[in-house]
Structure formats: structure tokens, C-alpha cells
Design a protein around this ligand. Structure first.
Ligand code: DGL
Length: 290
């Protein structure tokens, strides 16, 4: 070889194949299991990886900064486990963190990955439920003060009159397994009375927190059968099914062997025991550190 010649070695160029992984479902604790249950009923062939941040629940009374930081940590963890698509099955996380994650974090961190929430599917369909045009919404203080529901519903159903009620005690009651107790009845009745005092013609009540379906028996007892109760699980499941049909590039990255794994940042035995009530069936959970 001549002394000053430049040697160019040609290596084959590898175009990375997209690696398939489970659909990630994130919640501050147990609540997202109600959504996972509905999603699996509609899309049983996909693989799912659920992460419940029970060690730091509830999110609903925390600051914007904390919810944002915890949610992004959870989403990154799910990405690192191979998820290309993550659903924030938590209204508080979706209300406070989703938009910034989509607009600020994803373009820098992982532009091929997707994060979706529960607000949009709910707000674009909720108007169809009410006959009187008066909608009640119950949610965590974080969701209610974010005004995300008011802003989004105004875009899709400007004629709807929306009344929100923050219910700070509901998630702690559910997370502690007290959702059918006298104490739960007391707090649920108190908050619902406040809501219906503002408009007695509310005919539809949206449970804008994925923990609340467990309180449905008590809520129904209080509101009676003249008010329709709407849970988000089936709405989110139908919307995801539609999304995957419209986005084959995302669908292709979602593996389909029908598996499900559940992770928690808290004690796994406690998570399995109460979590099975949310999920509707027993399951095994694994403890992880974020
Ligand atoms: N499941 C969450 C939601 O939908 C509960 C939030 C919390 O941890 O307070 O908002």
C-alpha cells in the first residue's frame, strides 16, 4: 500500500428493523387496569405491559411538575421495555403531561414512538350520551383544575353545559380497598350533592378517573337510574382499535401473542390482591424500580 493512500472500508449499511413489542399501559396505580380490561376485550391478540406507579399514587393531588416528571419516567420505562405505543390510562397524567410529552419529549427521545391518552377519545364522543345537554364530570383535583375536559369538550360539543366536581377523597378510598365502605358512601354522596346542586338536570355523569368504576355501585345508588353513568374503558378501547386500523405503521410495531404482564412500583402481592378487583380476574404482578 502506498504510504499516503486513503483506505476506505465499505461496511454494509444495516437499516434497523422495527422491533415489535407490547402495548404499554400506564397509570398512577390500579385505575388503568379497568381500561386494560376493556382494551383486552376488544383487542385480545395484542401483548400488553401494564405499569402502575402505586408507590407514588395518588397523582391527583400532586403538582403539575411532579405528575409530569413521574409520568415521563413511567413512559420512558415502558419504552425501554420495548413498547412503541403507550396509553396513559390515567386522566390526571393525560391532563397534565400528555401534550408536553408528545410535543417536547418524543421528538427528541423517540420520534417513532407514540403516547396516547384517555381524554381525547372521551371528549370526542361524550356529547352523544346526554339528552338534556347537561353533563356532569367527576375527577381528581388535578384533572378538574387543569380544565382539560372543559377545553376539549368545547371544541367538539360547544352546546354542551359541563359541570365539573373535584373528588379528592375518592382515589385514596379506592387505593386502600375502602371503596364499598360507609366512609366511601359519605364522601361520594357529599361530592355528588355538590355537583347536582349546581344543576339538577344533569342526565349524564362521566367518571373522568380510571379508579372510579370501582365506586360505581355506590354512585348508582346515589344518582338513581335517571342519570347515565359513563366509564371510559369501553370508549378508550374502541378508540384504540380504530387508531391501530388508521395507523398501520404503529400497528406493525405491536406484537400479537396475547400476553399480558403487570408491573408495579409497590409491593406486588398487595397490587395483585386489590388489582384483581379492578381487572376483574386474578393476575400476577412484578415489582420494579423506575
Ligand atoms: N386513575 C387516575 C386518573 O384517572 C387516578 C389519579 C390519581 O392517582 O390520583 O386520574
Amino acid at each position: 500500500m502506498r504510504p499516503n493512500s486513503i483506505v476506505v472500508t465499505l461496511y454494509p449499511i444495516f437499516v434497523p428493523m422495527s422491533v415489535q413489542g407490547p402495548i404499554g399501559i400506564f397509570d398512577s396505580g390500579f385505575g388503568g387496569l379497568t381500561v386494560l380490561n376493556s382494551i383486552r376485550a376488544v383487542l385480545p391478540d395484542y401483548d400488553y405491559l401494564y405499569l402502575g406507579d402505586s408507590a407514588r399514587t395518588p397523582y391527583g393531588t400532586r403538582s403539575f411538575e411532579s405528575v409530569y416528571e413521574f409520568t415521563w419516567e413511567g413512559v420512558k420505562y415502558l419504552f425501554d421495555q420495548g413498547c412503541s405505543l403507550v396509553i396513559l390510562a390515567c386522566n390526571t397524567a393525560a391532563a397534565k403531561a400528555l401534550r408536553s410529552i408528545q410535543q417536547k419529549e418524543l421528538p427528541l427521545y423517540a420520534s417513532q414512538k407514540r403516547v396516547l391518552g384517555v381524554l381525547r377519545p372521551t371528549t370526542e364522543t361524550i356529547g352523544a350520551y346526554s339528552q338534556s345537554g347537561n353533563l356532569g364530570i367527576v375527577g381528581t383535583p388535578g384533572t378538574v383544575t387543569s380544565k382539560s375536559y372543559l377545553i376539549e369538550i368545547e371544541r367538539f360539543f360547544p352546546e354542551l353545559r359541563v359541570y365539573q366536581q373535584a373528588c379528592p377523597m375518592w382515589v385514596p378510598l379506592v387505593e386502600n380497598g375502602e371503596h364499598l365502605s360507609e366512609g366511601a358512601l359519605y364522601f361520594v354522596e357529599k361530592d355528588l350533592n355538590r355537583l347536582f346542586e349546581r344543576n339538577a338536570s344533569i342526565d349524564t355523569l362521566l367518571l373522568a378517573c380510571t379508579h372510579y368504576p370501582l365506586l360505581a355501585p355506590i354512585i348508582e345508588k346515589i344518582i338513581g337510574d335517571q342519570v347515565q353513568l359513563v366509564s371510559q374503558g369501553p370508549i378508550v378501547a374502541r378508540s384504540l382499535q380504530d387508531y391501530l386500523k388508521r395507523h398501520p405503521e404503529v400497528d406493525d410495531n405491536c406484537s400479537q401473542t396475547g400476553s399480558m404482564e403487570v408491573l408495579t412500583t409497590e409491593d406486588h402481592l398487595k397490587f395483585e390482591s386489590l388489582g384483581s378487583q379492578f381487572f376483574g380476574a386474578p393476575f400476577q404482578a412484578r415489582h420494579v424500580h423506575l
